[in-house]
Design a protein around this ligand. Sequence first.
Ligand code: GLN
Length: 534
Amino acid sequence: MSKFIFVTGGVISGLGKGVAAASIGNLLKARGYSVFVLKLDPYLNLDPGVMSPYEHGEVYVTADGGETDLDLGHYERFINENFSKDSNYTSGKIFSNILEKERKGLYYGKTVQFIPHVTDEIISIIKNIEQKYQSDFVIVEIGGTVGDIESNPFIYAIAQMGSEFNGQNTFFVHVTYVPFLETSKDFKTKPTQDSVNKLKGMGIKPNMILLRANHFLPDSILIKVANATFINKENVISAPDLENVYQMPLYLENENTASIILNYFKMKKRKPKLNKWIKFVNKVEKDKKKTLNIKMLGKYTAFSDAYKSINEALKISAIDLNYHIKLDYIDAELLNENNIKQMLNGAHGVVILPGFGARGFEGKVLGALYTREKNIPTLGICLGMQAMTVAQARLKGIKNATSKEFANKNKQETYILDLIKGKKADDQIGGTLRLGESETVFKKDSLIAKYYQTTNVFERHRHRYEVQEKYIPILEDEDFSFSGYHPELKLVESCEDKSKDFYIGVQYHPEFTARPLAPHKLFNAFIKKSANKK
Ligand code: GLN
């Protein structure tokens, strides 16, 4: 039977519960234990697929095509494991299961209620995962903050699991926040005490408290929290902001986090194999060769979590190659011929970011034309690649080239990109994109094959539009080519200008497979070429 580790959050949101859950997973896996991670999100959408990145940050795509919470990215990067659709459930999904059962009469005439029906549904999801994956540990992170209306059923459900197993198979980690009052130069523990009391009121006594704060907390504060909550002092852990999130597993290792958990479950402590992780983290602290300015051309520029995995993929490659990296977000909508030189001034490299909808697309096309002309290393991802393709069409004289996604009935337009074969315009928008992992075969002599050091890769997708086959011969020339295709469906997967240092677009999302223990080859090549830029 699996052991369950539940991670809840208190006081405020955005504390890094995901990083905490992922770090615990990292430490258990380093000891040879198998780990599965599940994120339960209290909001009512079925998945984050149709939510604005401003609401929710990036939509993380799993290999099997799940559109999931960005915490899944932390889990996969920290634990170096591919998770699946099963790793993310929302209240919306849970209620939809319940309503389906209700229509089938499976509640046999009963009034369907939060307790026991919603809580039972939550418990059965967790137990099904245990059955299906049979991992040593199932780590369950509950989204939101304890005390939110929405998260109550989840808290009651995991409390019920705790009492069902009499505490033997369940371990509760509560992540809270300790504010520092400048005026009195004092850390304040009252919000944490309140939050633990709320949990207790719902039937959970945490086994461990991670106290997030801007600084290290003095022992006196840890003792105060331990005394006020009746939790062992060793199990109250100060978790300050670190220079780099990838240091968190090592920090928690130092605080005996994994040993405490294994001790509790009476499992073998085992010596962790952390050499590779330590090697990567040591690079964070090393002196850097130089700082690279990377301009990120997109539309959700006020909220960098919208591009979380791309940021991380770039940072991981920069750490790996020993550069400092500065990511500078530019709102593509504000770009025009007059200001582009100044807006991209000082760029070692440019990433043309993914996205949906017309806003900012013309700015991305302008950016694609400019960086190509100036030979600034450029990586286009998904909509970014589509912008590079439209830019090429304009260079070929098709001045009204665009994507059908932005069709304007009042204009004469040429759609270089149209819906992927088989997709209809009137499809419902949620869950109907081309999603998940599939194969790409690169042309042998392409630059992208050289950078990947292979002609066959598996990467993840999330799009609805594709380059139209009939335009391929019109757009390709001596320099510009479509260098990668899906082997059977013949969908275009990449483009490049081989006369440039790095001008590559990919229809898929390489950022989802970049890991600290396996920096992504394409991002590494992009960083190297950016570093060489004069
Ligand atoms: N909007 C584009 C499409 O649907 C690109 C999607 C993306 O960038 N993820 O094809």
